[in-house]
Design a protein around this ligand. Structure first.
Ligand code: HSE
Length: 435
């Protein structure tokens, strides 16, 4: 049986999971692939700390460049993360003619074009299944099973840390900071957890999904990204009373020649399948013109689920190399650049949930209703439940408005005008809503 050598760069949570998977399931894997995948090297600055994996002698090294140069290594697995040395090592590996597997969503979202073009030029493969959805094979499904579809929309819960935090806040009323610490301990959170809770990790993943589905570059800094750092427990609890769960949602919609992409804390109706996605689980709903609605569900972070997808990618490359099969089939292409573009954030439409502290004076409710109307924002329902805090404050009435589908820029204009008219106190809370 042919043998293909693997070198891992980065022996952290996922690196250890991949090493464990390759060593533990080597025989089964070889039988399924028809090629023996041998873990030859693992590079990390720290090769002393116990990761709970019995690595054979001689495999661990601190010299990443030596792993890349090793003639017995054909596949380099980058699991360092970040955009510094990870990028350098990936480009070095490509230049050395090595095939690459990475789970680095930030790097691909920010420098994907450079990396994919380098891989194309060198005629090597770059697989990145674990960059989105952890253990969910969503990238592979878009690239292969759904390749014959025009994708109409995708909605995703793509960050395990945020979903884990939100779920525990809803179920236990747990404190944000405490739950974040648990997510870090469990290996879900990024080294910089700001990437998780401020929505950027979700934005990186949304950018990769949209680029893959529509063959256009999607700059995460060109879309609206809101995280959960400032989400109030009042809105989480009131959403519950209205029959909704709050999720950090990535929404991607094809509208004519534009693609709307955004990341927002969103009230998801409890009848919607995505409302049932809790804890570290991620889910992606995809609508294809042939497939109709599909839902992909699984653990979106953590050592073993992420390793499952990385090992699957290694298997694909190994099979290709051993069989002399098609090469360079994995990268994102930007063929529709120029014909399709990313929609301006202000033009994106949605239903909205808006909580305002309306000044209790004659005609105030009527005035803010008129301003919404003048700005093309149609109110579906307005309520002032006794549960809402602020009632004790003299002279204000807390009001929650739910709108029909409205343009983001129209809602922003209405809020600005309402604030300028002096009929609300404080800054209104604006969230998205889906049914
Ligand atoms: N920090 C990420 C998450 C890891 O919480 O989903 C998986 O990409």
């Amino acid at each position: 049986m042919k043998q293909i050598g693997v070198g891992i760069l980065g022996f952290g949570t996922v690196g250890a999971g991949v090493a464990d998977g390759l060593l533990r399931n080597r025989e089964t894997f070889a039988k399924r692939l028809g090629v023996d995948v041998a873990l030859r090297k693992i590079a990390d600055l720290d090769i002393v700390r116990d990761r709970g994996v019995a690595v054979p002698e001689g495999v661990l090294t601190t010299d990443a460049m030596a792993v890349i140069a090793d003639p017995e290594v054909q596949i380099i697995v980058e699991l360092i993360g970040g955009t510094g040395v990870a990028k350098q090592f990936i480009l070095e590996a490509i230049a050395a003619g090595k095939n690459v597997v990475t789970a680095n969503k930030k790097l691909l979202a920010e420098s994907g074009r450079e990396i994919f073009e380098a891989a194309a030029k060198a005629g090597v493969d770059i697989y990145f299944g674990a960059a989105v959805g952890g253990g969910i094979p969503i990238i592979r499904s878009l690239r292969e099973g759904l390749a014959g579809n025009e994708i109409g929309s995708m909605k995703g819960i793509l960050n395990g840390t945020c979903n884990y935090i939100l779920t525990r806040m809803i179920r236990e009323g747990a404190a944000f900071d405490e739950v974040l610490k648990d997510a870090q301990r469990l290996g879900y959170a990024e080294a910089d957890p700001g990437l998780d809770i401020d929505g950027w990790d979700t934005a990186h993943k949304a950018s990769i999904l949209a680029s893959l589905a529509y063959s256009i570059p999607v700059d995460p800094h060109g879309i609206e990204v809101k995280g959960i750092r400032n989400l109030s427990s009042v809105d989480v609890a009131y959403a519950g009373k209205l029959g909704y769960s709050v999720k950090l949602l990535a929404q991607i919609d094809r509208v004519g020649n534009e693609v709307a992409v955004g990341v927002h804390p969103t009230l998801v109706h409890n009848r919607h399948l995505l409302s049932a996605v809790n804890g570290v689980f991620n889910a992606v709903m995809v609508h294809g013109d042939l497939s109709d609605d599909l839902m992909f569900y699984g653990k979106g972070a953590g050592r073993a689920p992420t390793a499952s997808t990385v090992v699957g990618d290694i298997g694909d490359i190994a099979r290709n190399l051993a069989g002399g099969g098609a090469r360079y089939k994995s990268a994102i292409r930007y063929d529709n650049e120029g014909t399709l573009s990313v929609m301006k954030p202000g033009d994106v439409t949605s239903k909205f949930y808006i909580r305002l502290m309306v000044v209790d004076q004659c005609g105030a409710l009527g005035r803010f209703g008129t301003i919404f109307g003048n700005c093309n924002v149609s109110i579906e329902q307005a309520s002032s439940h006794e549960f809402l805090p602020g009632r004790e404050e003299a002279g204000v009435i807390p009001v929650v408005v739910r709108t029909h589908e409205a343009k983001t820029s129209d809602v922003e204009a209405a809020i600005k005008e309402i604030e300028a008219a002096g009929i609300v106190r404080g800054t209104p809370v604006v969230l998205r809503l889906i049914k």
